[in-house]
Ligand binder design. Sequence first.
Ligand code: SF4
Ligand code: SF4
Length: 178
Amino acid sequence: MPDFMKPMSGLGVTFSSMFSPTITEQYPEQKTPTAPRYHGRHQLNRHPDGLEKCIGCELCAWACPADAIYVEGADNTDEERYSPGERYGRVYQINYLRCIGCGLCIEACPTRALTMTNDYELADDNRADLIYEKDRLLAPLPPGVEAPPHEMAPDSTEENYYRGEVSKEGRLVGRADS
Ligand code: SF4
Ligand code: SF4
């Protein structure tokens, strides 16, 4: 191409983009839904009666390649019970300054206590607020369900909980898959 034509070829790019469709997204006023399996903020799930599924085993923390999870387990007692069975996650933290959203932690969790939501708004203006603890990670309690600590359903075992045989009202019911 002769030298005098070169500025014209640059303008050609400008003219062609003037007639292409606008792709500006009006975020945050309009939020685009994510793909259904998008790896967003984590959630610590509960059993139907509100007890926590996390047993404080730390497998998620060991699986994390970014060292983003910190867990401290503790023993449940009859007076103060947060999960069925022996242990619960007393301290649970995820550091979103480190998390790369890989999902290995949720693969490692033996009780499906840990899953990921589609919530992608994980920005803040300081580092401390990006370390999420149980108050921001635990699933909300369904209406009318008592917050732990509280007793397990009468005559139930932890196995009944893991099989989905305990109702929202804290009663033993038939198997969830029967
Ligand atoms: S998604 Fe990946 S990086 Fe983030 S906490 Fe889980 S294992 Fe760690
Ligand atoms: S979230 Fe799952 S893997 Fe992590 S400590 Fe709790 S039960 Fe264990």
